[in-house]
Design a protein around this ligand. Structure first.
Ligand code: AMP
Ligand code: MG
Length: 418
């Protein structure tokens, strides 16, 4: 797709928007307008394809099943021979999966057959073995037979030439098996997205070292590595950059020469050591930098050269929330996929929640099913955006929309599973 040269001013004239307090849904739509997926492709083995993206439709080269098959262990018969229960037929051979019966079955004859074996020529039905009694080669059929029963027909699952998977499909385990079942050893996928990450902050120390006064461990980069690994991206980990305008500028310039996307954490607020927005103005373009949401109010999106830039907040929970709510879908789209909005449903909230109107909140929740099958959710407790253990304990977001005020115990709330 041709990349679109949208600028802040063209966007501003297109719609009312406030980059200083952008509603969540508007921010999602805005980001979408800038995304042009990668176009370069590569051919890889199916066993290496997990979480890659199909670059072309997959047409089935074969019928599935490729022959008429038995779906039961039993006897292949001609239904016309079995008018009434008690009919006897002569067994003239056997058909095993992988070793079919070679001859043709005539009136009055039948063939022992196993599940997955091809239907012998002349037969049109299979009677399960529980419905017969065998004495040597004389087989008595004790139940009625409906023509075509217990046979999987050629092409019944997939017809040769049918589109089985569409371009843009993410390859999950089911797709890996499906591709193999059609005989594909290799497939063509879009190249991996290159994503440069760095954290910012003078207070950050790398795990493995001792902390001294005022320092904390850099956890955001590790969360991001996990999130990006799950997406099958190529990660360029640039470490931690100190709160120095020149250092952050150099890091952004270097990253923009190497990657498709830059994701940073920290330094997007308006503190004295927060340079991200300023530098984005200088090196590229800022589309927005503050959202009407919690956690994750400072979230910058823009471009540095051809690179998409996501400046995530410093707070560890906010990093995960903003990534899952904005960045992930954008990355999927850049990878050539067609992501759907997150799957969500309703549950009864068993804890009261304090909530101010005018912003979307993503509280961490623990969803459980009670004995009567009802889904209930409680918050993980204290929702401070630095409490990363809340993300680890939670299994869902409780999504509270803009206009929502306080939530009373027992109310219905919207849930998004992790
Ligand atoms: P900032 O947006 O840079 O002001 O950071 C907000 C808060 O998040 C501060 O308390 C930071 O110390 C903390 N923080 C920033 N970056 C990280 C990081 N990489 N890992 C853990 N905490 C961080
Ligand atoms: Mg900082």
């Amino acid at each position: 797709m041709e990349s679109q040269h949208l600028t802040l001013s063209t966007l501003a004239s297109m719609e009312d928007y406030d980059p200083n307090s952008m509603p969540v849904e508007q921010a999602r739509q805005l980001i979408k307008q800038f995304l042009s997926p990668v176009t370069e492709t590569e051919t890889i083995k199916v066993q290496d394809a997990y979480h890659r993206t199909l670059a072309a439709d997959i047409l089935s080269p074969i019928n599935v099943p490729p022959h008429d098959y038995s779906s039961m262990d039993g006897y292949a018969v001609r239904a016309a021979d079995l008018g009434s229960p008690g009919n006897k037929l002569k067994k003239i051979g056997s058909s095993f999966a992988g070793h079919g019966f070679e001859g043709t079955v005539a009136a009055g004859e039948c063939v022992r057959i196993m599940t997955g074996a091809t239907i012998p020529s002349g037969c049109d039905s299979v009677v399960m073995q529980e419905q017969v009694s065998a004495e040597g080669d004389s087989i008595t059929f004790n139940a009625a037979c409906k023509r075509g029963q217990n046979i999987r027909l050629v092409g019944e699952d997939i017809q040769q030439g049918a589109v089985v998977l569409a371009q843009g499909q993410r390859i999950n385990p089911a797709e890996m098996g499906l591709l193999a079942s059609l005989g594909f050893a290799e497939i063509t996928v879009f190249r991996k997205l290159k994503i440069a990450i760095f954290s910012t902050g003078d207070e950050l120390v790398q795990p493995g070292n001792a902390l001294s006064g005022g320092q904390i461990y850099d956890s955001n980069r590790f969360t991001l590595v996990g999130l990006l690994t799950e997406l099958g991206a190529e990660i360029l980990d640039m470490g931690n950059i100190r709160d120095d305008k020149n250092a952050v500028r150099a890091a952004l310039q270097k990253a923009s020469g190497l990657a498709d996307v830059i994701i940073t954490s920290g330094g997007v607020s308006v503190g004295d050591a927060d340079y991200i927005k300023e530098l984005l103005d200088e090196l590229g373009e800022v589309v927005f930098w503050k959202l009407a949401m919690k956690p994750g109010r400072p979230l910058a999106y823009g471009k540095v050269g051809h690179c998409h830039f996501f400046g995530l907040p410093g707070n560890p929970v906010a990093v995960m929330v903003t990534f899952l709510q904005f960045v992930r879908n954008a990355l999927w789209e850049l990878m050539g996929q067609h992501p759907k909005p997150a799957f969500s449903f309703q549950a009864i909230c068993t804890t009261p929640i304090k909530k101010a109107q005018g912003r979307t909140e993503f509280q961490r929740g623990i969803l459980t099913q009670s004995d009567d099958g009802l889904w209930t959710v409680q918050t993980t407790g204290e929702q401070g955006s630095g409490i990363l253990s809340s993300m680890s304990r939670a299994n869902c977001f409780i999504v509270l929309p803009m206009e929502q005020g306080n939530v009373e115990k027992g109310s219905v709330v919207q849930i998004q599973l992790f």
